[in-house]
Ligand binder design. Structure first.
Ligand code: F3S
Length: 393
């Protein structure tokens, strides 16, 4: 792989041992994927920052890096952490967990990473443009950036994203190359997709046939929030990092003729929904996976307005979005329905079982996938149905 003189210097340790370690990682990845060079990036999003996921070894490693004189070279955001930075005690998170989570955040902040703690950085001020090269790692953020915004990123791991943040570059391979962004199968949707849960069900159905590749959807209309949910599920039930939607996403019109094709009819969608359903009695309703937008929070609250729910509602979002909606919130509605708007975290990366939650209702296919894998029972449906089912009559 070609390296500039400056990159050679970093690799040889002239700029310090720590930077050399991260440069070695990028070069190794680049060589493995036959990248011709490193390219500059404009932003980084770093996943794997919850104490629940990385534990003491991850915490100690980050503190070791933070002791060195290294800083991020580009705007770098962090993914959700293991708790809400303000409401952790109220949620029943232990002091020991909180203390260690705060040490992780402190180490990352010392490196220059912004404590955004969100998987929707594009709703919180980090918005790349079409064809901009970035290095993001949370799978729903990656697929949104590639597909909806037309930015270019591979699905980075926690360490490669951190390496890119500290070096300011990424190896030029995979989805950074134009030729690798072509769709290789078509999904012709022949029925109406009527709500957010059906977008997750569509992704679930597609992933029964294809686990990877780049789909080109036709026959759907979707809002930004629905595209966010569709991508999150494609990236969970399959290993997708890019999709196109005819007449909606920016690169859809640039696709070649494609032979491989699946058609999705109403019965297929019903079948997928049926497989995803599970009749359980949830302890909480968890919404906002990926982190909710202002519009979604407003919609949720207006749907709840005239209802009295039997179980608490937790809405997950970024701190910045929470701050923006907070001022216009009617506390009465929140209190009447036991609604909490939580920031900095999500049910998948917080120690849900440890705080006593073993069953959840959600409208997100992605949340369903990961919670089931953690042994949490999940009731899955669209928001309307969830509110109808779990409100007092
Ligand atoms: Fe985001 Fe957590 Fe869902 S990181 S995409 S809210 S699983």
């Amino acid at each position: 792989m070609y390296l500039t003189k400056e990159e050679e210097k970093i690799l040889s340790g002239e700029k310090g041992e720590m930077l050399a370690r991260f440069m070695k990682l990028l070069v190794k990845i680049g060589e493995r994927f036959k990248a011709e060079k490193l390219i500059p990036i404009t932003s980084v999003q770093i996943a794997g920052i919850s104490y629940k996921n990385i534990g003491d070894p991850g915490l100690e490693f980050l503190e070791e890096i933070a002791k060195e004189n290294v800083k991020t070279k580009v705007v770098s955001f962090m993914n959700p952490a293991g708790m809400d930075f303000e409401l952790w005690e109220e949620l029943g998170i232990s002091k020991e967990f909180a203390e260690k989570q705060f040490r992780i955040i402190k180490a990352l902040k010392k490196l220059g990473v912004i404590a955004s703690a969100t998987c929707t950085p594009y709703l919180a001020g980090m918005l790349p443009r079409f064809k901009e090269h970035i290095a993001w790692s949370e799978s729903s953020a990656v697929i949104f950036a590639n597909s909806v915004l037309g930015a270019r990123t591979n699905r980075e791991g926690a360490f490669t994203a951190l390496a890119s943040a500290l070096i300011g570059k990424t190896p030029y391979y995979g989805l950074h190359l134009e030729e690798n962004r072509k769709a290789n199968f078509k999904v012709k949707v022949e029925c109406k997709i009527s709500n957010e849960a059906e977008f997750s069900a569509l992704a679930y159905f597609v992933c029964k046939y294809f686990k990877k590749g780049i789909p080109l959807f036709s026959g759907i209309n979707a809002s930004v929030d629905e595209l966010k949910l569709l991508g999150a599920s494609l990236a969970s039930y399959g290993a997708f990092a890019l999709y196109h939607v005819e007449n909606i996403t920016p690169e859809a019109y640039m696709q070649d003729e494609i032979e491989d094709k699946i058609n999705v009819c109403e019965n297929d969608l019903k079948y997928a929904k049926k497989e995803m359903e599970n009749e359980i009695q949830p302890e909480i309703i968890a919404l906002g996976c990926p982190h909710a937008s202002i519009k979604e929070i407003k919609q949720i609250l207006s749907l709840i307005k005239n209802k009295k729910l039997k179980i608490p509602v937790w809405i997950f979002t970024s701190r910045i979005v929470k701050k923006l909606v907070e001022e216009s919130l009617e506390n009465e509605i929140l209190e009447k329905n036991n609604i909490k708007i939580l920031a900095d975290t999500c049910p998948v990366v917080m120690p849900l079982k440890e705080i006593g939650i073993k069953s959840v209702a959600t409208n997100s296919g992605k949340m369903r996938f990961y919670l089931l894998n953690q042994g949490i029972k999940v009731y899955f449906d669209n928001i309307n149905k969830i509110f109808e089912k779990f409100s007092e009559r």
